[in-house]
Design a protein around this ligand. Sequence first.
Ligand code: NAD
Length: 469
Amino acid sequence: MSDEFSMTIDGRAVDAPGTFGVIDPATGEVAEQAPDASREQLDAAMNSARAAYAAWRRDESARREALLAAAELMFARSEEIGRVITLEQGKPLADATMEVVAAGVWLKYFAGLELPVEVIQDDDNARVEVLRRPMGVVAAITPWNFPLLLATWKIAPALLAGNTMVLKPSPFTPLSSLKLGAALRDVLPPGVLNVVTGGDELGAWMTSHDVPRKISFTGSVATGKRVAAAAAPDLKRVTLELGGNDPAILLDDADPAAVADKLFGGAFQNNGQVCSAIKRVYAPDALYDDVVDALAERAKAAKVGPGTQEGVQYGPINNEPQFERVRELVADALAGGARAAAGGAPIDGPGYFFQPTILADVSDGTRIVDEEQFGPALPVVRYSDLDEAIDRANGTHFGLSGSVWSADADRAAEVAGRLECGTAWVNTHLALAPNQPFGGFKWSGLGVENGTWGLQAFTELQVVHRSKL
Ligand code: NAD
């Protein structure tokens, strides 16, 4: 195995006793091998992170410089690392390259972010400061949809705050994180960022390990609950970024032709494999047919194919279980009376390709409306009464984000404010930025990432009270 796909433990390239296959979703064939870390190797990574913490936490300017250097590496090597993302994740090369650039943007943003120091009292009696201290070792666990970007959402703030880290990517997309670890060996002191790979059990070993003080997890609701339970006996701090079932509500004054491009983009970006993608559209009776037709037209025109192919807009679904899940949810809706206005089935041939699908004549109570599909299939639901539509939009355990679409932005903002979710967009969806806190209500998560709020999540609050008496 080449060094670039070795684990990084204590600043060195480390291979594992065993390996596992990484599948190219465009072919369904194993394309690479990744190390399958042993428990002893996880221990070594945790111990290295703990040892590195003492010096790392003390040198803030070194941390800022290192994050800036890491950002520059991402910008300089975006296409090379992007190719690895396309290989393991499936997304088109242009999108994969953009993911690496975005990782650089996040690293650069955090490199310049100040940790707040608040003076809450300064008088003849005392000076009282509220400060943010690092926590120690962070265990970071990531999913397969944006393998590199979501890792940097954790690495950048955690390291800036003075923590060290052990990162475990998804077994479906380990290669880009391995490559990131390898690239940063020259930038970070040994032990500050360790990258280990393996199956789901490696994640469970991490969450029950006695070294980390914080778990930063992005993934599904079911796993997130397991992570929270595993963290509880040791009172590890947790941030959970979990699934979503984002509603987009069109108000009766929205113009379907004008909003269709953005709606479609908000649902199908990354082939629908975005936690905060639009996963159900609520359209009023009067607009319903026009909305369905406008979305179906775009779905039929979308160019699906291997991410390495020029001009492709959407790649395959990332992995077989997810492909089967999308197929099952679409089939269930069609069997229940839904109409496929576009798509509705897998694409023949190798790989996990699925037709961009718009489902009409479908309503709440159908699995694809109530559950997170996380793929290229979008149900469009009809409504007659806006209050009822808002209730239905809020009527799930999810609460990641949502959007409201209208010619009257003030009216839409008022409706958006009634959505029970972490981000409520008006006339847009998926407008994410490094300075915006991102997180979910209800089962969509615990805590936030990004912005000063995300940075503070990697700190403990400490009061320093100096008596003057
Ligand atoms: P998943 O929960 O199956 O896996 C996520 C990670 O957890 C993987 O690295 C996996 O190996 C690890 N893992 C599995 N079992 C574990 C255990 N018992 N203990 C510790 N770690 C364990 O999720 P996925 O299928 O990789 O990702 C898709 C899900 O992630 C979707 O629900 C999506 O909405 C969500 N997601 C959320 C956000 C967000 O920011 N809110 C972002 C992207 C994806």
